[in-house]
Design a protein around this ligand. Structure first.
Ligand code: GDP
Ligand code: IMO
Ligand code: MG
Length: 430
C-alpha cells in the first residue's frame, strides 16, 4: 500500500490539479492539507475544464475527498463549489467529502482585512495576495482566536466567539483603516445557514484516514501553492501563510510521517509566478511573452497574468531537499515546442560569487543573476506523444538534464492539459 504526497516545487500553478486527478485513479482518498481557496487547480477531462479551489482534485475520479485540519475554509466558496460540481453531475455529499472539525473558518472580516491591507500598502510592500482572507485567518489561528468547524456545531459558543472577535476586528478596521465596521449579527445569521448545510460533512478526519489506511486504502495528499510560497522556506514575506512543503501533509492531514511512502514534486518545464516577489529567471522579452501566451499563463483563481521565465534548478534543488522528493513530474513541456533554444538556470552569480543554494535574504536574491546552460529546442509538436521513446531526442536531452541537475528521477511527463495527454515513466503507486 502506498500513500503519496504531491507538492508544487516552484511558485504554484505547476499543474498539481491535473496530476492529482490523474493519479487519483490509484488512490482511495484524496486529502488537501493546507491553504484555502487561494488555490486554483485545473483538471481537463474529455475536453471539459474543471477548476477547484477547495475540494480535492480527486473528486472527478469519484474518490473520497478530505479537507484536512491544516486548511482555512471559506464556507461560502465551499458551498458554491459543492453546487457547481453537483450541477455537473458529480456526487459531493457527506459520503464523498469529509471536512475536518479542526479546520479554520475564513470569516468575512478576514477578507475585509486582507483587502484593506493590500490597498493601504505602498507599492513595494504589496504582497499581491489573492484577497481571499487567507493570511488574516491563519493569523487568528496562531493568535488563538480562530473559529473552527467544530465551533460551528455549537451554536451558542459560536455566536459568542463571533461577537467577541468582531469587536476587536471592528476596532482595527475603523481606527486603523478608516473603514466601516462589520455587523456581528449579520455574520452569525449567514454562518448559521452555512452550518445547516455543512454539518453532515464535519468529522474527525484523522480517525477517518487512519481507519482507511488500516483497511488497506491508499491516500493521495494534494498540496496547494508551491515550495517557494511556503511561509518558512519561501521568498518571505512574498509568500502565502501556510507551510506548503511535504512535511505539512502530516500535520495538516492528521497522519504521522511513517504513513508517507512517496513524495512527488510537480515541476513546470519553465517557471511562473503570480503576484509580487523575487523571480531570478523572469523573462521580460518576447520569449517570456511567447511562453505566457502559449502556456495560457493566467491565474486560475484571480485571472492575473502570470510572470514567466526559464526553469531554475537552484529552486528545484531547494524543493528536492525541503520536501525529500522521491520523484518529479514535469508538466507543460509542450509549451516549449516552438523554441529554438531553451535555457536552464543552474546557479546564481552574486557579485562574482557562484551560489547554488537559494538565499534567504531578498536583498542578496535581488542581486543574483542566473547562470544558465542553453540547450537546443526540438521544434516539434509533442502533444500527441504518449511514449517516452517517441519523444524527439532534444526533448529527451532536456528531461535528462533536469534529472542530472536535480539528482531526482522523472516519473511522469505532461504534454497537454487533458488527463490523457501524459507520458508515464514509472508507476508512482507501485
Ligand atoms: P495547479 O494550481 O498546480 O493545479 O495549476 P493550475 O491549474 O493553476 O495551472 C496549470 C495550468 O496548466 C492549467 O490551466 C492546466 O489545465 C494547464 N496544464 C496542466 N498540465 C499541462 C500541460 O502539460 N500542458 C499544457 N499546455 N497545459 C497544462
Ligand atoms: P495553487 O494551489 C500561485 C500567491 C499569491 C500571492 C501570495 C500570497 O493554484 O498553485 P495569499 O492569498 O495566499 O495570501 O497570497 O501567494 N498564491 C499563489 N500563486 N498559485 C497558488 O495556488 C497561489 N496561492 C497563493 O498570488 O503572491
Ligand atoms: Mg493554480
Amino acid at each position: 500500500m502506498a500513500n503519496i504526497v504531491i507538492v508544487g516545487t516552484q511558485w504554484g500553478d505547476e499543474g498539481k490539479g491535473k496530476i492529482v486527478d490523474l493519479l487519483a485513479e490509484h488512490a482511495d482518498y484524496v486529502v488537501r492539507f493546507q491553504g484555502g481557496n487561494n488555490a486554483g487547480h485545473t483538471m481537463v477531462v474529455d475536453g471539459e475544464q474543471f477548476i477547484s479551489h477547495l475540494i480535492p482534485s480527486g473528486i472527478l475520479q469519484g474518490k473520497a475527498c478530505v479537507i484536512g485540519n491544516g486548511l482555512v475554509v471559506d464556507p461560502e466558496v465551499l458551498l458554491e463549489e459543492i453546487d457547481y460540481l453537483s450541477g455537473k453531475g458529480i456526487a459531493v455529499g457527506p459520503e464523498e467529502l469529509k471536512i475536518s472539525e479542526k479546520a479554520h473558518l475564513i470569516m468575512p472580516y478576514h477578507k475585509r482585512i486582507d483587502a484593506a491591507r493590500e490597498n493601504a500598502a505602498l507599492k513595494n510592500n504589496k504582497i499581491g495576495t489573492t484577497g481571499r482572507g487567507i493570511g488574516p485567518c491563519y493569523e487568528d489561528k496562531a493568535h488563538r482566536c480562530g473559529i473552527r468547524f467544530v465551533d460551528l456545531l455549537n451554536t451558542a459558543g459560536f455566536e459568542e466567539k463571533v461577537r467577541t472577535v468582531c469587536k476587536e476586528k471592528n476596532f482595527y478596521l475603523t481606527q486603523f483603516f478608516s473603514e466601516d465596521p462589520m455587523d456581528a449579527e449579520d455574520i452569525i445569521n449567514k454562518y448559521n445557514v452555512y452550518q445547516k448545510r455543512l454539518a453532515p460533512y464535519i468529522t474527525d478526519i484523522s480517525v477517518y484516514i487512519d481507519k482507511g489506511i488500516k483497511a488497506g486504502k491508499q491516500v493521495l495528499f494534494e498540496g496547494a501553492q508551491g515550495t517557494h510560497l511556503d511561509i518558512d522556506h519561501g521568498t518571505y514575506p512574498f509568500v502565502t501563510s501556510s507551510n506548503t512543503v511535504s512535511g505539512n501533509a502530516c500535520s495538516g492531514g492528521g497522519v504521522g510521517p511513517k504513513k508517507i511512502s512517496g513524495i512527488v514534486g510537480i515541476v513546470k518545464a519553465y517557471t511562473t509566478r503570480v503576484g509580487k516577489g523575487p523571480f531570478p529567471t523572469e523573462l521580460f522579452d518576447e520569449i517570456g511573452d511567447k511562453i505566457q501566451k502559449t502556456g495560457a499563463e493566467f491565474g486560475a483563481t484571480t485571472g492575473r497574468k502570470r510572470r514567466c521565465g526559464w526553469l531554475d534548478t537552484v529552486i528545484l534543488n531547494n524543493a528536492v531537499r525541503l520536501n525529500s522528493l522521491t520523484g518529479l513530474v514535469v508538466t507543460k513541456l509542450d509549451v516549449l515546442d516552438d523554441l529554438d533554444t531553451i535555457d536552464i538556470c543552474t546557479a546564481y552569480d552574486y557579485k562574482g560569487t557562484r551560489i547554488e543554494d537559494f538565499p534567504a535574504d531578498l536583498d542578496v536574491l535581488a542581486e543574483c543573476k542566473p547562470i544558465c546552460e542553453t540547450l537546443p529546442g526540438w521544434k516539434e509538436n509533442i502533444s500527441k506523444i504518449r511514449k517516452y521513446d517517441d519523444l524527439p531526442q532534444n526533448t529527451k536531452n532536456y528531461l535528462k538534464r533536469i534529472e542530472e541537475l536535480t539528482e531526482t528521477k522523472i516519473d511522469i511527463v505532461s504534454v497537454g492539459p487533458g488527463r490523457e495527454e501524459t507520458i508515464i515513466l514509472n508507476n508512482i503507486f507501485d
